[in-house]
Design a protein around this ligand. Structure first.
Ligand SMILES: Nc1ncnc2c1ncn2[C@@H]1O[C@H](COP(=O)(O)OP(=O)(O)OP(=O)(O)O)[C@@H](O)[C@H]1O
Ligand SMILES: [Mg+2]
Length: 218
């Protein structure tokens, strides 16, 4: 789905943290959000996910406002993922359970994503006892398991080893290519942004600028 922000202003107490005149995220593209600590990147993604209110302006999803949109098609992966006190398998199965999928459907979807992210060995482990990087992978699996239309990633590979980063990047690229999943990912790793994203969003003290890498000769 296309996402369009117009005159969006967000404050915490009296401090303006996001102030965007206009920004458009086109369906099926991969966007990389870059900017310094505190620039407003996380706040931007949370607003798009409908998790954070704002003072004025609008965000439209295929021309519709939040209330008219099925936000289950949009998923936000936090910088600090939360693991439920249950096995890895059940953490990943959870979004399907609450959506009423059958056990057989759940089983095949969860096993497929465990396999894709090369984490079958973790299936029966208690999710609350995972390492930081393992938790991030489980959170990604939980986000991807119901095939979201829009995937919002907040520094998804911040504490992930090099090999696993490759697996994660290729999983995301595959979903984008085959299912036209729109991706907006925050990263401090410029090389990663260049590998994954055609479009760059720079954030500077709450202001954004969206541009296409190809028009800048990079
Ligand atoms: N719940 C909150 N209450 C008050 N201020 C907040 C809150 N969340 C964020 N802020 C402030 O809003 C600004 C933007 O925060 P945000 O988390 O969006 O930055 P960021 O660009 O994601 O930074 P980082 O790269 O460190 O993750 C920061 O100055 C932060 O202190
Ligand atoms: Mg952040």
């Amino acid at each position: 789905m296309d996402i369009e922000l117009t005159h969006v202003l967000k404050k915490y107490q009296n401090k303006v943290v996001v102030d965007i005149e206009k920004a458009t995220f086109k369906s099926g593209k991969v966007y990389g959000v870059i900017g310094e600590n505190g620039a407003g990147k996380t706040t931007l993604l949370k607003m798009i996910a409908g998790l954070e209110p704002y003072e004025r302006g609008s965000i439209y999803y295929n021309g519709k406002c939040l209330e008219q949109t099925d936000l289950r098609r949009v998923t936000y992966l936090s910088q600090t993922p939360y693991m439920m006190q249950m096995s890895v398998y059940n953490n990943i199965a959870y979004p399907l359970k609450i959506r009423g999928f059958t056990d057989a459907q759940i089983n095949s979807s969860v096993n497929a994503i465990l396999d894709e992210l090369q984490m079958d060995a973790l299936a029966n482990q208690m999710a609350t006892q995972l390492s930081g990087g393992e938790s991030q992978k489980v959170a990604l699996a939980r986000a991807l398991v119901f095939n979201p239309e829009v995937l919002l990633l907040d520094e998804p590979t911040a504490s992930i080893d090099q090999n696993t980063i490759k697996v994660i990047e290729s999983t995301i690229a595959k979903r984008n290519r085959e299912m036209h999943m729109t991706v907006i990912t925050i990263s401090h790793d410029r090389d990663q942004i260049n590998r994954m994203c055609e479009e760059i969003v720079t954030m500077e003290r709450g202001k954004s600028n969206v541009y296409s890498r190809h028009n800048h000769g990079e």
